[in-house]
Design a protein around this ligand. Structure first.
Ligand SMILES: [Zn+2]
Length: 816
């Protein structure tokens, strides 16, 4: 799965501090009496009734001696009938599981066949029907499924756990004008009058959650990688956008296949752009479902790319699909890999700077979660809902940990390990120990202690580093302290670290092992170094407090070949804010070649809050061209509330090439909090743009003005009928306005029962801003039952945040 696809700045951390809630229990994969070998699903979709009629023909083999009971997960099924060899079988149905009583026990290894006939109508999860209505008359009619983590049980019977694997067939009948896409190869596509039947067959065993069905009126765009058909499906009229979004797929398939030494394994690779999809993408085996929001026009393409999403889901075809976590406690073997390989493709495609900048973004996303929400081991059995695990630890932190493994092993050994891991466990379930063993067998390196520190425990090292040159001894000293609180959860780390000294244009590197709370390293040096670097390749996931003389930071900002070194220097100089620091930042802003560093320099300049910094940023707007750097320039200018900024930003924003720079210019104008700008923002509300990014920005700005008309406008745009991005922005902003207006809460509570999950999620998050019992009562309903795991989790976190807010407002001891 890809992380929730969202407009920048839509996500909001909910402060909490604990990962496992009351009700969390250790989770283990369930027992099985039978192993599924193959199932053939024969289904027909009735769009008008939102109904699926199905028959599943399942071949199984007994796992236990004298197996007499067979259990399938199946939620809210109707018209159930179970048949074997022409005879009806006895079964019990709880509404969640079908328990079949076999007439006589089956011997271990013996094979049996069973057919389950059933029907599901408007399933609460798993199978989604979307289509036009009065408020969205142009919405295409589609049906798509979302199996991960445990939602396919809502539309076909299965042992719904990733340890199960079977070959599969999907024979699906749909109205004639529709295309149905599923796993594997298309065996047949036949028309009978007003309907059409697609027969898909998948020959490599896959877990049930990766079985997929997507149906709609699609244009098929044909591409290929070697002999494998590569197909893109989108609604008619979006063909160019689909090519723009998915066009690099063959290049990615080539890259992953070659590097891993394991060619793409399946009969075809398709990507369907699904309307109202509830994730960014889902890596169903050989047939990924992507959100249609990722399709984009030429202008968006200037500073937006679908490549990360496409690469992520494609990487899962190896990590997640070909080898699958045996149970969810090892889900990082799916998600951390997809996230890291997404970055590796970026390196291949766009270079090392982009790669490292992405990894820095990943590290920061994890650090935020660690600081604002909770800390947990990457691999843990303790959770409440499976979906809770799909967080910034599982994706971003894990990607940084894989990068450390790669750096510790070295490139060749890393790829050899990946190859052995994939070939040894091809089409099987895996646990973390399988990865450890594959690395050990491929390289001789025993990484158990690394995994104990990084995968089975939580947190990261926090270093305090100090350096000085002793003129008498002619030595450079580097003192390294590990300052993280060491406890059951977070260890004192043992890890290799590089220290680099630069003097007179020459650099020397020293390999050290950090393993104690405090260590002192020293190196002979005839003169004081110009620069000392700790981990100059930025391989380690860590926090560092390294106080260096200003002159060193200036050298680092201009001479460090590593983008992250320059970024760290910019941040440090921004904090110092001295005349020298300002001067260095100003110069670097224009000399710097990489947009990411330019952006960070802009932020550092803003931090100084000096007039000279403002001058530099405005000059930046005149000179710097990269659309992504320009976006950050606007963002940085937002910290200076002044008529000068207002005039300059207002006159330039409208002629930006990229959407995101223009959108940011609107938000920056919002930050000026000038009521006279309301008319300007209202004009923007009429403007059409890709995914409504400009309208979203205008709504943000309207919200920042905090006028009573702001409230009226936000209320209007939160209504069912607008683009989901617009609604989510309006809802978030309403939440922030809430404290000023008593009626906001009522509006939000009404929106809780919205039809679209992502809107519901934004309502839950907005309600977390209210310290009011009414909000908690409304949210309570969403913490349990047949609901998306993210919704339950968000509702629970919101309630906690509200209760905390109420405690702060009305403390138990009566003092305020
Ligand atoms: Zn994923």
């Amino acid at each position: 799965m890809d992380k929730f696809f969202e407009c920048r700045s839509h996500s909001e951390a909910l402060a909490d501090g604990r990962f496992s809630y009351p009700g969390s229990t250790p989770h283990y994969a369930p027992d099985r009496t039978f192993d599924t070998k193959h199932f053939r699903l024969v289904v027909a979709l009735d769009f008008a009734r939102k109904t699926l009629k199905g028959q599943s023909f399942i071949r199984l083999s007994a796992l236990s001696e004298h197996a007499s009971e067979m259990v399938f997960d199946a939620v809210d099924f109707k018209n159930l009938k179970v048949v074997s060899q022409g005879k009806a079988l006895k079964f019990e149905y709880t509404g969640r599981q079908i328990k079949i009583h076999w007439p006589k026990p089956v011997f271990r290894g013996a094979s049996v066949e069973v057919a389950i006939h059933y029907q599901v109508t408007e399933p609460k999860l798993g199978l989604h029907f979307v289509g036009p209505d009065r408020q969205y008359p142009d919405k295409p009619l589609q049906a798509w499924t979302q199996g991960e983590d445990e939602y396919n049980r809502y539309w076909f019977p299965c042992h719904d756990a990733p340890q199960e694997r079977a070959t599969t067939e999907m024979i699906v009948t749909v109205p004639e004008r529709f295309t149905a896409i599923s796993n594997g190869a298309l065996v047949r596509n036949t028309r009978h009058g007003s309907t059409r039947t697609f027969h898909w067959k998948h020959n490599i065993p896959q877990p049930p959650y990766l079985v997929s069905l997507a149906v709609g009126e699609f244009t098929e765009i044909k591409d290929h990688w070697q002999r494998v058909p590569v197909l893109y499906y989108c609604q008619p009229g979006r063909e160019e956008d689909a090519r723009r979004a998915f066009g690099k797929t063959p290049k990615m398939m080539e890259f992953f296949s070659k590097k891993l030494g394991v060619p793409y394994a399946y009969a075809k690779y398709s990507q369907v752009a699904a309307i109202d999809f509830i994730y960014g993408g889902m890596e169903n085996t050989s047939c990924t479902t992507q959100t249609a929001l990722t399709l984009h026009d030429e202008r968006a393409h200037l500073d937006f790319s679908s490549d990360p999403l496409v690469a992520h889901e494609l990487a899962h075809q190896w990590f997640g699909d070909l080898v699958t976590c045996k149970d969810w406690s090892h889900a990082w073997l799916n998600e951390s890999f997809a996230t890291y390989f997404e970055a590796l493709f970026k390196e291949h495609d766009m270079g090392y700077d982009e790669f490292m900048y992405e990894l820095r973004g990943n590290a920061d996303a994890y650090f935020d979660e660690d600081k604002e929400r909770y800390r947990r081991p990457l691999s843990t059995k303790l959770y409440k809902n499976t979906n809770d695990l799909f967080d910034r630890h599982l994706y971003e932190k894990g990607s940084c940990i894989l990068h450390m493994i790669c750096k510790q092993l070295g490139e060749a050994a890393w790829w050899r390990s990946m190859n052995l891991y994939l070939t040894r466990h091809r089409a099987q379930g895996v646990e973390t120990v399988d990865l450890i063993n594959a690395i050990q067998d491929a390289t001789g390196k025993n990484m158990r202690s690394f995994f104990d520190q990084w995968v089975f425990k939580g947190g990261h090292p926090e270093f305090k580093v100090r350096t000085w040159w002793d003129a008498k001894e002619k030595k450079v000293y580097v003192r390294v302290l590990q300052t993280q609180a060491v406890n059951d959860e977070t260890p004192l780390y043992t890890l290799p670290v590089t220290i680099e000294l630069r003097a007179g244009g020459k650099s020397r590197r020293f390999q050290e092992v950090v393993e104690k709370k405090e260590q002192l390293f020293s190196y002979p040096a005839p003169s004081a170094p110009d620069l000392v670097l700790f981990d100059p390749d930025h391989s380690i996931l860590k926090r560092v407090d390294f106080s260096k003389p200003e002159s060193m930071w200036v050298v680092q900002l201009t001479e460090d070949p590593h983008v992250l070194g320059r970024i760290d220097a910019a941040a440090a100089l921004g904090k110092l804010g001295s005349p020298n620091a300002l001067q260095a930042l100003r110069q670097a802003l224009f000399q710097e070649k990489f947009w990411g560093v330019q952006g960070e320099i802009a932020r550092a300049l803003a931090k100084t809050n000096l007039t000279g910094a403002l001058d530099a940023l405005l000059e930046g707007l005149r000179q710097i061209e990269h659309p992504k750097a320009r976006r950050t320039l606007y963002e940085a200018l937002g910290t200076f509330v002044s008529p000068r900024v207002l005039t300059e930003v207002k006159s330039r924003g409208g002629s930006e090439k990229g959407y995101s720079a223009e959108a940011e210019s609107i938000r920056t104008l919002g930050r000026m909090k000038d009521p006279a700008l309301l008319g300007f923002f209202k004009e923007y509300l009429k403007r059409e743009s890709w995914n409504d990014v400009l309208r979203c920005a205008a709504l943000e700005a309207v919200g920042m003005l905090q006028l009573s008309e702001s409230f009226t406008i936000l209320k209007e745009y939160s209504r069912y009928g607008y683009h989901p991005n617009v609604r989510m922005t309006a809802i978030r902003r309403l939440g922030l306005l809430g404290r000023l207006r008593g009626d906001v809460q009522t509006i939000l509570i009404d929106l809780l029962s919205d039809k679209y999950l992502l809107v519901q999620l934004s309502v839950v998050r907005a309600l977390a801003n209210f310290a009011d019992e009414r909000a908690t009562e409304a949210l309570m309903k969403y913490t349990s039952g047949e609901r998306d795991g993210r919704l339950k989790r968000a509702a629970e976190e919101a309630i906690r945040k509200i209760r905390k807010g109420m405690e702060n407002e009305f403390p138990a001891n009566g003092k305020k």
